[in-house]
Design a protein around this ligand. Structure first.
Ligand SMILES: *Cc1c(COP(=O)(O)O)cnc(C)c1O
Length: 365
């Protein structure tokens, strides 16, 4: 048996370390995970009720087209139902986009660094990658545009960008989309849009009519706190949605996920309170990093990339021993950790552990 040549070298995705593993391996009783940008406040109580109610229907296949959820979301966003597609997480929309649009040898453009799944799925389809370095943690849209050729099919823009937390402004996006040739589909990944407070962040739904070659990605995994249920969505013009539907598995989202998402969407108070807490805690963490003399990329998301001034894997290990799981190993930023913004208590404890780690590292030098 021979595996496809273009996938044998691919890394198997390494998720943030699970809390239970760390407790067991290091004999710790309290472990705080600040590694996967999950919602530290859980999810809406109405989502939990919807999950419990839906369990009774477990013997029945889900509605493949997610009609009820689609109707609720279309109304919430002010778009037509045929402008929406659902995925087993936004990750699956990324997979379906690559599958629907990329043929072997086609080109695809993205930032370096950005969310790893764009690259991964493009490689599975044997596409040619053009990765454009960030400037100060921000995507360089003019350079990304300059990398477009007749062979380019997909261009990926992540805003806020994972892992740096920076956004693309409305002015930047409009200038970019005005110049982007019509044969290139721009995937604008807005997984973290609900956390943004920068007034220059675009209302991208409004841009969909103007740009038929734009698709927005969003998810219930982050501010809605439903990461375990795997449900995300794409918003675009109907013909783009149709193309993605051609490769979608018949029952790609679960019944409980659809029910929970619909209920979660109805509880915007929960969303607002998570957003407010995140903004407050973001300011706290950024203030503490400044006090400790650490540089960081000012973030618009629920995570921060901070320069800890030592190899990030070392800092990761030292923090892990103190019960904190963070994210290290960024190829282009070897001294940066990505830290999810936690609750007030978690963040306070994290900062005191980080201070210990920095002292320990200073003594060793
Ligand atoms: C978390 C994340 C996603 C997708 O999350 P799902 O859980 O698959 O919905 C997509 N894009 C970015 C940038 C993310 O960080």
């Amino acid at each position: 048996m021979k595996t496809k040549r273009n996938i044998v070298h691919l890394p198997v995705y390494q998720p943030g370390k699970p809390v239970e593993d760390v407790k067991r391996e290091l004999g710790l009783t309290e472990v705080i995970k600040l590694a996967s940008n999950e919602n530290p406040y859980g999810s809406s109580p109405s989502a939990k009720q919807a999950i419990i109610a839906e369990i009774d229907n477990s013997s029945i296949y889900p509605d493949g087209a997610s009609v009820e959820l689609t109707a609720a979301m279309a109304q919430h966003l002010g778009v037509h139902p045929n402008q929406l597609i659902w995925g087993n997480g936004a990750d699956e929309i990324i997979l379906m986009l690559a599958r629907a649009y990329l043929e072997p040898g086609d080109e695809t453009v993205m930032a370096d660094e950005t969310f790893s799944q764009y690259r991964h799925n493009a490689e599975v389809e044997n596409a040619v990658l053009k990765e454009i370095p960030l400037i100060d943690g921000r995507q360089d849209l003019p350079a990304m545009l300059a990398a477009v050729t007749d062979k380019t099919k997909l261009i990926w823009v992540c805003s806020p960008n994972n892992p740096t937390g920076t956004i693309v402004t409305e002015a930047e996006l409009v200038e970019f989309m005005d110049k982007l040739p019509g044969h290139v589909l721009c995937v604008l990944d807005e997984a973290y849009c609900h956390f943004v407070d920068d007034p220059e962040y675009p209302d991208s739904i409004k841009l969909l009519e103007r740009y038929p070659n734009l698709i927005l990605l969003r998810t219930f995994s982050k501010i809605y706190g439903l990461a375990a249920l795997r449900i995300g969505y794409g918003i675009a013009q109907p013909d783009v949605i149709h193309s993605i539907n051609l490769v979608r598995e018949p029952f790609n989202t679960a019944r409980v996920a659809q029910a929970a998402a619909k209920a979660a969407l109805g509880d915007q108070e929960f969303v607002s309170s998570c957003r407010e807490n995140n903004l407050q805690q973001r300011d706290y963490l950024q203030g503490e990093f400044a006090r400790l003399g650490l540089s960081y990329y000012p973030t618009q998301a629920n995570f921060i990339m901070v320069d800890v001034g030592m190899p990030s894997r070392e800092a990761f290990d030292l923090l892990l021993r103190r019960g904190f799981i963070t994210r290290a190993g960024w190829a282009k930023s070897p001294t940066y950790l990505r830290v999810s913004i936690g609750t007030a208590e978690a963040n306070r404890k994290f900062i005191s552990a980080l201070e210990e780690v920095l002292k320990e590292a200073a003594v060793r030098q």
